[in-house]
Design a protein around this ligand. Structure first.
Ligand code: P6P
Length: 337
């Protein structure tokens, strides 16, 4: 296979599809290109993590009270700095920052229409044991007047208003998967030349799958509906060929389920009444991708993309993946509600 001849690059793909995007003025193209650049920089460090002094803990906690890893801090700085250099982003919200960031040189520009929400290095607790980690991003068009300081309401939009979303999984190969609302496409990085090539066009999540992903260590704290669904999956009947796979990195678990079919569940629990995952920069982007690929994403009852956010770092229970599997899990949830 001749990559250059047989596969479009991410840059070519973004430009070619710009015309399909209703605001196609080139801003989103430049924004997606900034994200592409930032993830190449992060990818290089993730791949070297074992060789240079960037493993391990940073010695501080983030706004979530989670131990910050050095790569967390590095990735957050790379995405914020890279995105801030362009006049298309007027604000950024990150898992690693308590409040959103106003991009000084852009927020008063009539040209900056977008806000970005990111989880710069999701699954970072896996870094030291060489398990795949990822970056998740969500992009909205601002709703406050152009040329004025960006406000919290620009970030607290329901997921259905996203103009683009995606993730990068830094795994056995580095892949960038994204959507602008016209399907989902996956690009694989050729690290020798630093170029992403279209490797997974028009990704679709199989309507059914055999994999359920959940941290069963929390079983005792799960809602009864989740316990019943797990027992349903574990009953070895001929129509239930299920197996459990849980990596502990949302991007990696989601990506596997995207390719093979499956369901990922992070439910509410006694210690975390709304679950662990954050609505704005984990659940909403993954829900947008899941629906664009023919899958489903709910909190066990409500469509994730319909939830009106109230706080930047709010958490929601998350059921996401193959449509029929999510609907089966919802059946058990409604029987116990
Ligand atoms: P637990 C990583 O911290 C993360 O946000 C997701 O990437 C991952 O799926 C989940 O938390 C793992 O959480 O409680 O099972 O370790």
């Amino acid at each position: 296979m001749d990559l250059e001849r047989d596969h479009q690059t991410l840059g070519e793909f973004i430009i070619e599809n710009q015309k399909d995007f209703k605001y196609s003025t080139g801003e989103l193209t430049r924004l997606l290109s900034s994200i592409k650049l930032a993830c190449k920089i992060v990818n290089q460090k993730v791949n070297q993590a074992g060789l240079i002094d960037i493993l391990g803990k940073f010695g501080k906690e983030n706004v979530q009270g989670e131990e910050q890893q050095k790569l967390d801090v590095f990735a957050n700085a790379v995405f914020i700095n890279t995105l801030s250099q362009r006049e298309v982003v007027c604000g950024i919200a990150s898992e690693e920052n308590e409040d959103f960031i106003r991009i000084e040189n852009a927020q008063y520009s009539e040209k900056s229409h977008y806000v970005v929400l990111i989880d710069p290095l999701d699954g970072s607790s896996n870094i030291d044991v060489n398990v795949s980690v990822g970056t998740i991003f969500s992009i909205y068009r601002r709703i406050t007047p152009d040329g004025t300081p960006v406000q919290m309401e620009d970030f607290l939009q329901p997921g259905s208003q996203q103009v683009a979303a995606g993730y990068i999984v830094y795994g056995s190969s580095t892949m960038l998967i994204y959507t602008t609302g016209r399907g989902v496409n996956g690009f694989t990085l050729n690290p020798q030349i630093g170029t992403f090539y279209l490797s997974h066009p028009n990704l679709k999540i199989p309507e059914d799958g055999k994999i359920y992903s959940i941290n069963e260590g929390n079983y005792a704290m799960f809602p009864q509906g989740v316990k019943d669904y797990i027992k349903y999956c574990q009953a070895k009947e001929e129509d239930r060929p299920y197996t459990s796979r849980y990596i502990g990195s949302l991007c990696a678990d989601f990506h596997r389920n995207m390719i093979k079919g499956g369901i990922y569940i992070y439910p509410s629990g006694t210690n975390s009444p709304n679950g662990k995952l954050r609505l704005l920069y984990e659940c909403n982007p993954m829900a947008f991708l899941a629906e664009q690929a023919g899958g489903k994403a709910t909190d066990g009852f409500r469509r994730i993309l319909d939830i009106q956010p109230e706080r930047l770092h709010q958490r929601v229970p998350f059921f996401c993946g193959s449509k029929n599997m999510v609907e089966k899990a919802e059946e058990f949830m409604s029987q116990n509600s």
